[in-house]
Design a protein around this ligand. Structure first.
Ligand code: CP
Length: 327
């Protein structure tokens, strides 16, 4: 999907399908807006009426805890009406096409569709078919893209390190099947990060053609030396083609698991990230996941704020179309 079609004629964000092609200014603006939605722990969450009168439909055709719950909370905290379609109980399970499902909810005046699907291309396809006032947000597209995850990861890094150009980021694990890694790489490149190291076994490494200029490491110790950010990834069993993914869990942990001992090789101020859900003691040890360097729960908190910022930006692009006057 061409980037321009994510923006409305006034240059405002209408759909969020991919971070590819979104400029530094727009991405930084979304992170700034997300920061304004963060409140101190123990205080009430931020709320406003950005989406009052609007309806947000969450359609998750793949499992999710964090993304789905945070989109729901974000929409409710912006005063939207929210539908969470129970996919197994929906008519798609009876053979209805996804487009007919969308048209059905559009007929009930849904304004925003939040979509997760295992098939590449679905968010862009839906965006091409919705009515002019309707927006589509990608909540995870196959192995390709998870734009709000990329934004929340960038925000979490920025909260600790202001200058991206000085940072070394180590991404560890199943990069080949990871939409989280792809969106992180996109946003970090846009923010002109100093270096990105891709670390993992050969079977989880993407083709070097996909990410020219990024160094690949089959050895965790070499790849994460002096890294400021260490991002572990989930092994995406659901996307691994039969016959690959031969590394057993014990062997994987021995070679690529994040442990306290290994983290001593990273920069003294290094932070540890994981998008979740975690396979503890396979991708990351308990004491690292729950340790002082871990910002994993901060990523989750930032997820709600980032989704509020994105929904609020979408609401601005709808500005001229009041719920009572849409065509
Ligand atoms: N990080 C992430 O997308 O988590 P969920 O699958 O729980 O939404």
């Amino acid at each position: 999907m061409a980037t321009l079609t994510q923006l409305n004629p006034q240059g405002r964000l209408r759909h969020l399908i991919t971070l590819e092609g979104l400029g530094k200014e727009l991405i930084t603006g979304l992170m700034d807006a997300a920061e304004r939605y963060l409140t101190r722990p123990g205080t009430l969450p931020a709320r406003d009426d950005s989406l009052k009168g609007r309806t947000v439909a969450n359609l998750f055709f793949e499992p999710s805890t964090r993304t789905r719950a945070s989109f729901e909370l974000a929409a409710k905290r912006l005063s939207a009406d929210v539908i969470n379609l129970d996919v197994d109980m929906s008519s798609r399970a009876k053979g209805e096409s996804i487009l007919d499902t969308i048209y059905t909810l559009e007929a009930m005046q849904a304004d925003v569709f939040v979509l997760r699907d295992s098939e590449p291309g679905i968010p862009a396809y839906i965006a091409e078919h919705v009515r002019p006032h309707v927006s589509v947000l990608n909540a995870g597209e196959a192995h390709l893209s998870h734009p709000t995850q990329g934004l929340l990861d960038a925000l979490t890094i920025r909260q600790r390190f202001r200058d991206f150009t000085q940072l070394r980021v180590a991404i560890v694990g199943d990069i080949e099947h990871s939409r989280v890694a792809r969106s992180a790489i996109t946003v970090l490149r846009t923010l002109k990060v100093g270096a990105i190291h891709l670390i993992g076994p050969e079977e989880f490494m993407p083709s070097s053609i996909e990410f020219p200029g990024l160094q690949q490491f089959p050895d965790l110790e070499a790849g994460m030396r002096d890294a400021h950010v260490v991002m572990a990834l989930r092994i995406q069993r659901e996307r691994i083609v039969k016959g690959t993914g031969s590394l057993g869990q014990g062997e994987y942990f021995r070679r690529f698991g994040l442990t306290v001992e290994r983290l001593r090789l990273a920069h003294p101020d290094a932070i540890v990230m994981h998008p979740g859900p975690m396979n503890r003691n396979v991708e990351i040890s308990d004491d690292v996941a729950d340790g002082q360097r871990s910002v994993i729960r901060q990523q989750v908190t930032n997820g709600v704020a980032v989704r509020m910022a994105v929904l609020s930006a979408i609401a601005e692009s709808m500005g001229a179309t009041t719920p009572a006057a849409r065509g």
